[in-house]
Design a protein around this ligand. Structure first.
Ligand code: NAG
Ligand code: NAG
Ligand code: NAG
Ligand code: NAG
Ligand code: NAG
Ligand code: NAG
Ligand code: NAG
Length: 557
């Protein structure tokens, strides 16, 4: 939230403005070039040069536009908004469907033929309705920590790129999927200092191989509270609800207020009872172990600042907590566990577009410099480029779910590129070299192109996209025919079956390749073949930003 003088996101004048900004940016560049030449005083030659230059440029532009239409690798042309890259639009339409595949509860307008109602009794032992929400991955636990992160990233995507999503008919589905999660999160927070953070117990859940519709195992609840606090999970949930409150602000203001109220309470709870849930509930370590809560506190406060405009949250991130937790200048990887890089980019936004009094804060600049260090680490030609990538240039950090990091990094790079473009910031410096918004966007495109099939396996890691995608996705529901009856144990024959999955887990972004760019398409290879909903959130974000040559809104409110 950056002051009421900023344009509203959906107004016509706003979208005009954005086009104008791009066009101005474009002409301004040439005016400055011209000024430079003129000072030399070679007027006649200069004129000839300009005329030829202009003709050459016109040809160049025509060619690049052609290239851009037919070749998604080619860079988008600033000043030419609105062209939809069909390939990314199609991929986005597919990626969005994984949220439907993962829905728990009584389904509405279900479009996945092999899915039905499930988890209807979830929460009943505490007299709560926790039937909604989404299953995390190939199994049926509802893990609150990554689920909240998924919602935060989905909100962020809608806030920045809602117009683009709308242009390809994905805005409403995204809002619906987001609400499916936030409805759950609100119900999971029955008292100020109590948050249910898990439905189902992975130990019990993993003993079965079944369809969600036919689960028979017990699904116990886990909560954090004042005697067993969970700062990171409460703060991430606060971030999810604060960002979602912005999404629903102009759609359903009472729902938006409800979300914001829960967000504030959860943030207070998280901040006041500081303890990692990995310590207070050690059982969570085996699945979603948290390596610290400082990043979530800053991230949640940043979102609350955007959602409320309240100075308190700004001072929270720029005061002592910033010093304690921001770790300025260090390079981190944005993920369900670590939100530092995300907070740095989100706070850079305030530096780029915020009101005068706030955007000049020195501490804010530290966040922006840290975000730039992250960008310099990603840019392949930067002197500080990371070496953690495959031969083919895919950022590669972990063997389990390798794709989460390149996709999340590309998402941040694209956002930063758009912040630069929209604010007419022409370059960032990386240890002596400088890079443009286009360089960042090219990096983002390189990662998504790899994911969609431009890789040594010629495989699309987005299930349902292209001709060659994994057929043995590690996903229970997809692996069992919808008409089969299984109990808990006899379903394992479907895990072991040599046949491809009978159902397509459409939109699943699987774990991805090994560091040697290879992939083994086997159902029990969960390291590589298991999709997750937080992977979906970042790929949806990335594709939404790449669907057209984009710019971002100046304000979320
Ligand atoms: C399994 O789920 C399907 C719905 O997908 C339902 O029709 C069927 O009755 C369920 N069977 C059992 C044993 O719960
Ligand atoms: C607080 O949460 C812990 C961990 O989930 C749980 O064991 C304990 O029973 C809860 N306390 C109360 C009062 O419910
Ligand atoms: C969980 O994270 C903490 C903090 O980084 C670490 O000390 C602990 O060993 C981790 N637990 C597991 C099971 O990886
Ligand atoms: C991928 O496609 C290229 C070009 O069509 C081909 O040379 C290569 O053998 C293919 N690789 C695999 C693993 O199929
Ligand atoms: C389930 O459906 C498949 C495909 O329609 C069919 O071949 C199979 O016989 C059915 N199985 C049962 C148990 O109804
Ligand atoms: C790639 O790495 C994986 C995991 O280390 C290994 O199993 C596989 O054999 C390697 N493939 C090639 C072609 O080197
Ligand atoms: C996975 O399945 C394959 C084929 O069924 C089998 O050879 C392999 O041992 C299994 N691996 C694991 C880790 O279970």
């Amino acid at each position: 939230m950056l002051g009421s003088t900023q344009p509203k996101r959906h107004s016509f004048s706003d979208s005009c403005n954005r086009k104008l900004i791009k066009i101005i940016f474009f002409f301004d560049f040439f005016r400055r070039m011209e000024d430079k030449r003129r000072s030399g005083g070679w007027c006649g030659w200069l004129l000839v040069l300009i005329v030829f230059g202009a003709i050459g440029f016109a040809i160049f532009i025509t060619l690049t536009q052609k290239m851009y239409e037919s070749d998604p690798d080619a860079a988008p042309v600033p000043g030419h908004p609105g062209t939809i890259t069909k390939k990314y639009a199609e991929a986005l339409g597919i990626a969005m469907q994984f949220f439907d595949v993962q829905k728990s509860g009584k389904l509405e307008n279900n479009k996945i033929p092999w899915r039905g109602d499930s988890g209807l009794q979830d929460g009943s032992e505490a007299k709560l309705d926790l039937s909604k929400g989404i299953y995390d991955a190939g199994d049926h636990v509802k893990f609150g920590f990554p689920m909240a992160f998924t919602a935060t990233v989905l909100s962020w995507t809608i806030l920045e790129y809602g117009d683009q999503m709308k242009a390809v008919n994905q805005l409403e589905p995204a809002q619906d999927s987001l609400k499916w999660i936030t409805d759950y999160l609100v119900n999971a927070h029955p008292f100020d200092d109590v948050l249910y953070i898990q439905v189902g117990n992975p130990k019990i859940d993993h003993r079965c191989w079944d369809r969600p519709e036919n689960m028979t195992k017990e699904r116990p609840l886990t909560q954090v509270n004042t005697s067993a606090p969970g700062t990171e999970v409460a703060a991430e949930t606060a971030a999810a609800l604060a960002s979602a409150s912005l999404v629903f602000k102009n759609i359903d203001s009472s729902y938006s207020s409800l979300l914001l109220m829960h967000a504030k309470q959860l943030f207070t709870f998280a901040d006041r009872y500081r303890e990692s849930y990995s310590i207070s509930i050690p059982n969570v370590q085996k699945f979603y172990n948290s390596t610290g809560y400082g990043d979530e506190l800053l991230w949640a406060a940043s979102w609350l600042y955007h959602a409320t405009g309240e100075r308190f949250y700004f001072e929270y991130v720029t005061g002592k907590n910033g010093e304690d937790f921001a770790d300025w200048g260090s390079i981190t990887w944005f993920s369900w566990d670590n939100k530092l890089a995300g907070a740095q980019v989100l706070l850079s936004r305030v530096n780029f577009f915020g009101s005068e009094d706030i955007s000049h804060s020195k501490i804010l600049l530290k966040y922006r410099k840290s975000a730039e260090a992250v960008m310099c680490n990603l840019l392949p030609d930067s002197p500080t480029a990371t070496e953690q990538k495959t031969d083919k240039g895919l950022i590669w950090i972990t063997e389990w779910n390798a794709l989460q990091h390149p996709v999340a990094s590309a998402f941040l790079a694209m956002l930063y590129s758009d912040y630069m473009l929209t604010s007419r910031t022409t370059k960032i410096y990386c240890s002596g070299s400088y890079f443009t918004p286009l360089d960042l966007r090219k990096f983002a495109i390189s990662q998504v192109e790899y994911v969609l099939g431009n890789n040594p396996m010629n495989m699309s890691y987005l299930v349902g996209y292209g001709d060659n995608y994994p057929q043995y996705v590690h996903h229970r529901g997809a692996s069992i025919p919808a008409n089969a009856t299984t109990g808990c144990k006899d379903g394992f024959k479907w895990l072991d079956s040599a046949e491809p999955n009978p159902n397509v887990a459409i939109g699943a972004l699987v774990g991805g390749p090994f560091i040697n760019d290879s992939y083994i398409d086997s159902r029990n290879n969960s390291k590589q073949g298991e999709p997750s909903t937080y992977n979906s959130a970042v790929i949806v974000g990335l594709l939404s930003g790449l669907v057209t040559t984009s710019s971002v809104v100046l304000s979320f409110t």
